[in-house]
Design a protein around this ligand. Structure first.
Ligand code: DC
Length: 246
């Protein structure tokens, strides 16, 4: 198992942007685990699979090939051989992903894929259960948080940039519903992992978040390339774009 940095937290806390930048600066792989849940959700939605029928969803999950490029600069997501990086970012897919994520067979299948990625090199993995369930022995664990208004404003801005119309109130409701489900489920709920450094990003810029996490990672005695500059510390090399299946 390689050197692992986990970043957990609720939606809109800044995990993706921060994790991608940290991975890029360190030359580590970037693993967006939410993208795997989203890709499966897209298939369930488009394929008319009943989302509340656990055996139908389990069958679908078993027959589905999802993968991540692992590259922070080209963070592509693949579903059965097709690139779905943009298609998975709609509010409908967010909602479906959170519903499916409460089902144990879905989690089992997707955790397998996440752990397989960790054999490829040092990585930064972000999601809800990385420091608690997927990589409980991770060298560095971070929990990113922010207040609901800040998170809703960030998410609304991101949706607008993607050309998706949603009011601040709609986004607030979506985050509240999704967080409640992600925190309240029986299997792998969102929680602060034991030993995690909690960073509240409400009043922080992305640069500040990135610098704080980089400091924590570089302080770890086993951090690859420790003491070297950013460019020289790329122990994983620069992961190339393209599908890297789990
Ligand atoms: O991080 P995200 O918003 O892309 O995640 C979408 C949903 O997937 C989220 O609401 C809960 C689920 N998820 C999860 O249960 N466990 C993870 N490690 C990552 C995401």
């Amino acid at each position: 198992m390689s050197f692992v940095v986990t970043i957990d937290g609720p939606a809109g806390a800044g995990k993706s942007t921060t994790a991608r930048e940290v991975a890029s600066r360190l030359g580590f792989l970037y693993v967006d685990t939410g993208a795997l849940y989203r890709a499966l959700a897209l298939k369930v939605r488009n394929g008319g699979v009943p989302p509340d029928d656990p055996s139908a969803v389990e069958r679908c999950a078993r027959e589905t090939d999802v993968g991540l490029s692992g590259s922070p600069e080209h963070a592509h997501v693949w579903l059965d051989g097709a690139e779905v990086s943009d298609a998975i970012r709609t509010p409908e897919v967010s909602e479906m992903a959170s519903r499916l994520a409460a089902q144990t067979p879905v989690r089992r299948r997707l955790v397998e894929i996440q752990r397989a990625l960790a054999t490829r090199g040092p990585l930064v993995a972000e999601g809800r259960d990385l420091g608690t369930v997927v990589f409980p022995d991770a060298e560095v664990k971070i929990y990113l948080d922010a207040d609901l208004d800040t998170r809703a404003a960030r998410r609304a801005r991101e949706l607008k940039q993607r050309g998706i119309a949603a009011t601040l109130e709609q986004v607030r409701e979506e985050l509240t519903r999704r967080d409640g489900r992600d925190r309240g489920r029986a299997d792998s709920p969102l929680q602060v992992p034991p030993g995690a450094r909690v960073v509240n990003t409400s009043a922080m810029t992305i640069d500040q978040q990135v610098e704080e996490i980089l400091r924590v990672v570089r302080d770890h005695p086993a951090c690859p390339g420790r003491g070297a500059g950013d460019e020289a510390s790329g122990a994983a090399g620069t992961p190339g774009p393209g599908p890297q299946r789990g």
